[in-house]
Each structure stands twice: as C-alpha cells, then as structure tokens.
Design a protein around this ligand. Structure first.
Ligand SMILES: [Zn+2]
Length: 121
C-alpha cells in the first residue's frame, strides 16, 4: 500500500515561521515528503524561510465548524507560494469578503500553528 501524506507536509512551522525545502543542487522547491529531487534525483535538501507571498488558486467556504475557535462559515484557500509550493490555508475573517481566485495574498503562521492568509492590497 502506498504511503499516505497530508498536504501540510509541504511545509514546516517552527518559531512562528513558515519553512520550505529546496534542492541544494538545483534550488527548486521540493515537498517535504519527497525523498529525492524530482529534477536531479539527489537527496540533499536545505530548509529556508518562505516570504509568505503567493496567489490563491482555489477557494472554498466551509459551512461546518470543526473547531470551536474557528466557527463557520470560514474560507479555506490553496495558495501557490511564489517559491513554487502550494499550501492550504484559512482565510482571515477580515479578508474573506475581498479575496478571489488569483488574489495576491500573504500567508502567515497564526496561533496553534495554523496558516492564515491575508489579502495584499
Ligand atoms: Zn535537484
């Protein structure tokens, strides 16, 4: 049976910062669950801090509350970071009426390690 990974394994959160991983040889971003670089097949990686900037490529509204601290309705987006990887994030309540597909956003680490997206004006 194939090993299963969650989407959040694209990232690491440490000290309130969002870390991504890239190949030492080619510099391309590589998901944490990949054991080898898909470009050069090497297995040497380094972590770096994301600048958090990206664009929304998918957006959905949740109408069910899964966590008391995050009451529904709330929006969840897939953001393609400018560094090349994609992350799933919750949209900040103040931004949710303004974000659209393709909106430029800033992804930050919020309380409980959740990722939150804000619209960039
Ligand atoms: Zn490589």
């Amino acid at each position: 049976m194939a090993e299963q990974h969650t989407y959040t394994q694209n990232i690491a959160i440490k000290d309130g910062k969002l870390f991504l991983r890239r190949c030492v040889n080619t510099g391309i971003p590589v998901n944490y669950f990949h054991q080898r670089c898909p470009c050069c097949w090497d297995n040497k990686f380094e972590s770096f801090v994301s600048n958090g900037m990206g664009k929304i490529i998918s957006l959905v509204t949740y109408h069910r509350t899964y966590k008391d601290s995050i009451p529904s309705p709330y929006d969840v987006a897939v953001v393609r970071l400018f560094e090349g990887l994609e992350v799933i994030v919750r949209v900040d309540q103040n931004s949710r009426k303004h974000v659209l597909m393709g909106s430029s956003v800033f992804v930050e680490v919020a309380d409980e390690g959740l990722l939150l997206v804000h619209l960039v004006e």
